[in-house]
Design a binder for this molecule. Structure first.
Ligand SMILES: Cc1cc2nc3c(=O)[nH]c(=O)nc-3n(C[C@H](O)[C@H](O)[C@H](O)COP(=O)(O)OP(=O)(O)OC[C@H]3O[C@@H](n4cnc5c(N)ncnc54)[C@H](O)[C@@H]3O)c2cc1C
Length: 435
């Protein structure tokens, strides 16, 4: 049995350099597409409803340091390096204090890999032959890792990216490259080898060096892209005013907005887009004095399995990951993510005090908090991250077909069409247009 693999995350008719496109949205997806179109000297314009670019990627300076509202960084890739070099923007490597990564077990931070026995178990997975296909990430995890390691390691790691439990995530949707490799080989080791593909040892080293960023945060990247595209972007324009069927539109807007570009509610496109669910998420950045904790450890951050019963999904130790995240070296900056199932939808409209006390309570369990934070910045995302469910994975194929057959002048490209991360969006926009 084979997995169906999408040919690209640009849904609809293939990119045609002879067309003049209008990109709707100047979030990171629209900006990256715009950058590649401009480099390829293909005429285009971008329309954005706001008077600023970057969409949900926003960095804010506070009295104590930098706060990222969404992505804190990106996994290094040569495409972002090339854009940064071109825009004279320096990529910020991670600090050496970010090396240790932790999983919370019995309310204590434990360094990954977990234990000798857990490591042995992981080695055993390489000798196991894959049988049939896996619908969910949990199916994959249970088969190769067993229930314990799936709950302890795989699920928290993917929740940190997709904001949803393994049982709700599509295996071929969330791990498309591995599913693709399984179409040719049956064991994990050759499958991973295939996934690494043609990348050079330098690229592999850079990637494994962890998350990279920018001195002034991800907002610096979107700001430079916005400046580079200033002649092409029209601000304060609602893309829905450009509904002429002859316009070649690339919709980089979220699914719940994109559906309105297919007016008739009976339309299959409207229905498919309407089915795309988003996880509600809360991201909170807290600044503490270094002396505020009884037992803080340096590192990248910690992942928290669901069964630990905490509200937070994971903590990023920002000031250990990057320089320039705190105003002085006596401060610590932490970003906590609250998962969908612990985000009470009522909180989204309420003031932040309740959420703040829940977070501090969890941090107290983990680190022993002796002193109140100096500052807390809470960002509530009612529609944070698209749910990479089996339904979404199936819809990529149906939407691609419907667009090709019925809407040849509409394309979809965004964080719900196959790739969620900034790195992957940079890679796919490059491949799509420059290759
Ligand atoms: C809490 C959180 C943490 C994250 N962490 C990471 C991370 O560490 N690493 C990582 O790689 N990714 C991370 N992500 C994911 C990443 O940030 C997103 O996938 C990405 O920023 C989405 O960008 P986008 O351009 O597709 O969408 P958006 O940012 O939503 O942009 C869409 C744009 O379209 C515009 N628009 C909407 N409607 C219209 C209209 N009618 N007309 C004109 N314009 C319109 C909007 O104003 C917006 O500018 C995180 C996400 C969240 C929420």
């Amino acid at each position: 049995m084979n997995y169906q693999i999408p040919s690209s995350n640009f849904l609809g008719k293939s990119f045609d350099a002879k067309k003049t496109y209008t990109v709707i949205g100047a979030g990171i997806s629209g900006l990256l597409l715009g950058y590649q179109l401009k480099k390829a000297k293909v005429p285009f314009k971008i329309v954005e409803q706001n008077n600023f670019g970057g969409g949900i990627l926003q960095s804010v300076q506070t009295d104590f340091g930098l706060v990222e509202k969404a992505a804190n960084g990106f996994v290094w890739c040569k495409e972002i390096q090339a854009i940064s070099d071109d825009l004279k923007l320096e990529i910020l490597p991670p600090k050496s204090t970010s090396k240790a990564r932790y999983i919370v077990k019995n309310k204590e931070l434990r360094r990954i890999p977990l234990s000798f026995f857990d490591a042995m178990r992981l080695v055993r997975t390489f000798t196991k032959k894959q049988a049939g296909t896996f619908e969910t990430l949990e199916d994959f995890g249970h088969y190769f890792l067993g229930e314990k390691l799936t709950a302890q390691v795989l699920e928290p790691a993917f929740q940190g990216i997709y904001g949803a439990p393994a049982a709700q995530l599509s295996f071929p949707g969330a791990m498309t490259q591995l599913a693709n490799a399984f179409n040719e080989v049956n064991y994990l080791r050759p499958a991973f080898k295939k996934m690494r593909g043609n990348s050079t040892p330098f690229e592999r080293k850079k990637r494994s060096a962890g998350t990279h960023g920018f001195k002034n945060g991800m907002g610096e990247f979107t700001q430079r892209l916005t400046e580079y595209l200033q002649k092409e972007i029209e601000w304060n324009v609602d893309g829905q005013t450009l509904m002429d069927e002859k316009e070649h539109l690339i919709l980089t807007t979220p699914a719940y907005t994109s559906k309105h570009f297919f007016k008739n509610k009976e339309e299959k496109m409207f229905q498919n887009l309407d089915l795309v669910k988003y996880n509600s998420m809360i991201s909170a950045t807290l600044f503490f004095p270094k002396t505020a904790f009884e037992k803080f450890k340096e590192g990248f951050g910690c992942l928290i399995p669901q069964k630990e019963g905490l509200n937070i999904l994971g903590v990023l130790f920002n000031s250990c990951i990057f320089n320039h995240r705190v105003k002085n070296e006596n401060l610590i900056s932490l970003t906590c993510l609250l998962r969908d199932d612990s985000v009470n939808k009522e909180w989204l409209g309420q003031d932040d005090s309740h959420v703040k006390s829940l977070i501090i309570n969890d941090l107290n369990i983990l680190f022993g908090v002796k002193q109140d934070p100096l500052e807390v910045v809470i960002t509530k995302w009612a529609n944070g991250i698209p749910l990479y469910s089996p339904t979404l994975y199936q819809s990529w194929f149906s939407m691609d077909k419907i667009l090709k057959e019925q809407f040849p002048n509409r394309n979809l490209f965004g964080n719900y069409t196959g790739e969620i991360s900034v790195r992957a969006l940079a890679q796919s926009s490059h491949t799509l247009i420059r290759k």
